[in-house]
Design a protein around this ligand. Sequence first.
Ligand code: PGA
Length: 252
Amino acid sequence: MKRQPFIAGNWKMNKTGQQAVETATQLARLCSDIKDIEVMIAPANLSLALVAQAIQGTTVKLGAQNLYFEQQGAFTGEVSADMVKAAGAEYILVGHSERRQYFGETDEAVNRKIAAALGVGLKPVLCIGETLAQRKQENTYLILDKQVSDGLKGFGLEELSNLVLAYEPVWAIGTGQTAGIEQVEAVHQHLRSLLESLFSKDLADRTRIVYGGSVKPENVKKIMAIEDVDGALVGGASLDADKFINIIKYNG
Ligand code: PGA
């Protein structure tokens, strides 16, 4: 089954609105000839609407980094799925390890956020990954299986048709340390079988499973060559358009 590669930039808490617009505009220009790869950027929520305007009509898609699962109300400081969608986002990152680690996001909250996202037609990018301690204790699959099955609990095949799964070993994020090729290969293969057993072979075949964690222009080709790796979620190396384009154009 041919899956369109998905390469996304997670800008995390970087760039003011103006800086985000500048980078997004530059990136969209560099991506103008790209057809076979889906490119997405996720700026801070505050910059979503500005960036949406800047990349309108280009090949670059917009995603948000987070939302709150309630529809509206007295939740100071939060934004709803509706707001994210109205600002122009098409994708939404859910369950990023930094949210789990620093903001106490549980699998249950992840599940509710995905429900909220699906409710307004946002495409979820479910981020999962084990910590170094969990890997050392040989609990990697136990953790990943729980994150996937709890995160996706209760959704039907139709609802998950646009799901992207992002495997990001926590110990490889922002550390310069990438997981070994065999480790990534084994996990991605495992995740695809997991999707098949939880949902269906067709969904497993269609779902893009991307890798994240210190992806750089220097290592992207090797990572993309791994079977069952359908793209990359890139943090640090996506902040600079000239650098990010070298990841996007990994095939030259
Ligand atoms: P990194 O971040 O590329 O800076 O390691 C990846 C991510 O957190 O999505």
